[in-house]
Design a protein around this ligand. Structure first.
Ligand code: SF4
Ligand code: SF4
Ligand code: SF4
Length: 323
């Protein structure tokens, strides 16, 4: 049994005896919970092969509305040319791997998906509790409760939740599930299973932190002394090791404070909700579309177009657009 499988086995043992349960802000999901499941991504080991992306598509082919294999313009998961642009998870793919070129170094790769925050801002913002934190670690989504307000998209500090604008009848939110259905059956995640370099490790958060610290101690010249996700926004279940500053890999400095307390209590208040929700939905839709225009402008080097002229005080910036 190799190291990956050892930790996978111990993680699955925990998960399998405790079925995933709903529980936004349950006591078990308190900050720093050591036995929550998570994944460590090590950019020192990652070779950017994108097999994790392919593995994710394979195990989620029945869930994603138009998985890459049917619709993507990307010719193959094994083409690196798609990494010429920075990419984001969206409703066709729960995860992407981005490439970072730096002078005097080989390229560095960083996997990008939901971080399954210990205190998830998306769940806090969701006043119908369609998004919720499970005690086992994954942050999950109940489409039957979702009202399509997209507050989760605004609230997430990592710009992860995606919306299927192509589906006019029943648009839903899409994001990585940490393969909760597979984990609860004693299986690994699609991405961890597919990684040929053990750059991804599934395990309990406390074990992953130990592994990360050991790697840093054994090879201090290879790693920066920072495990991204250990403390950021109260801690996340996905953790990251890097040979360069995490900021250089588009992992922003978000501080250690979890997201604000839920706005759901305010929004759910009778009276307020009835009158204000339509206005807020409209504002949310505007802000999200605006963010996406800014993100597209940043990605493709264009201006955001007419929306800028209509709202002269709203400038595209890195902070406003997706990271
Ligand atoms: S990364 Fe975003 S979508 Fe994922 S749990 Fe955290 S706040 Fe929610
Ligand atoms: S944990 Fe599952 S859903 Fe999330 S990126 Fe990996 S394979 Fe995809
Ligand atoms: S499969 Fe592993 S090595 Fe390949 S890109 Fe994904 S994380 Fe990196």
């Amino acid at each position: 049994m190799n190291r990956r499988n050892f930790f996978l086995h111990s993680a699955i043992t925990v998960a399998a005896v405790s079925p995933l349960q709903a529980g936004a802000r349950s006591p078990a999901a308190s900050p720093g919970r050591p036995d929550a499941l998570g994944v460590l991504h090590d950019s020192v080991r990652c070779i950017g092969c994108r097999k994790c992306e392919a593995g994710c598509q394979k195990v989620n082919a029945d869930i994603l509305p138009t998985p890459d294999k049917f619709k993507s313009p990307e010719p193959s998961f094994y083409h690196r040319s798609v990494m010429d642009k920075k990419r984001y998870p969206d409703f066709q793919r729960y995860t992407v791997v981005n490439r970072y070129r730096m002078k005097g170094r080989l390229p560095i790769y960083r996997k990008f998906q939901c971080n399954h925050c210990i205190e998830p801002a998306c769940a806090s913002a969701c006043f119908v509790k369609a998004l919720y934190k499970t005690p086992e670690g994954p942050v999950l989504y109940r489409p039957e409760l979702c009202v399509g307000c997209r507050y989760c998209m605004i609230a997430c500090p990592f710009y992860v939740p995606a919306y299927d604008y192509d589906n006019a009848l029943n648009p839903l939110i899409y994001k990585c599930t940490m393969c909760a259905p597979r984990i609860s059956q004693g299986l690994s995640t699609g991405c961890v299973d597919a990684c040929p370099k053990e750059a991804l490790t599934l395990g309990r958060r406390a074990e992953l932190l130990q592994i990360a610290r050991r790697r840093m101690a054994e090879n201090p010249e290879l790693y920066v002394d920072h495990i991204y996700g250990e403390h950021e926004v109260g801690g996340t279940c996905w953790l990251y090791l890097s040979p360069v500053s995490h900021k250089a890999l588009d992992q922003p400095d978000l501080g250690k404070t979890p997201a604000p307390e839920p706005v759901s209590g305010i929004l759910a208040s009778a009276g307020i909700a009835a009158g204000i929700l339509p206005v807020l939905f409209g504002a949310a839709a505007y802000i999200i579309r605006r963010r996406e225009k800014c993100a597209d402008a940043a990605r493709f080097g264009k201006t955001a177009g007419k929306a800028d002229a209509a709202v002269p005080n709203l400038k595209c910036s890195d902070k406003e657009g997706r990271q």
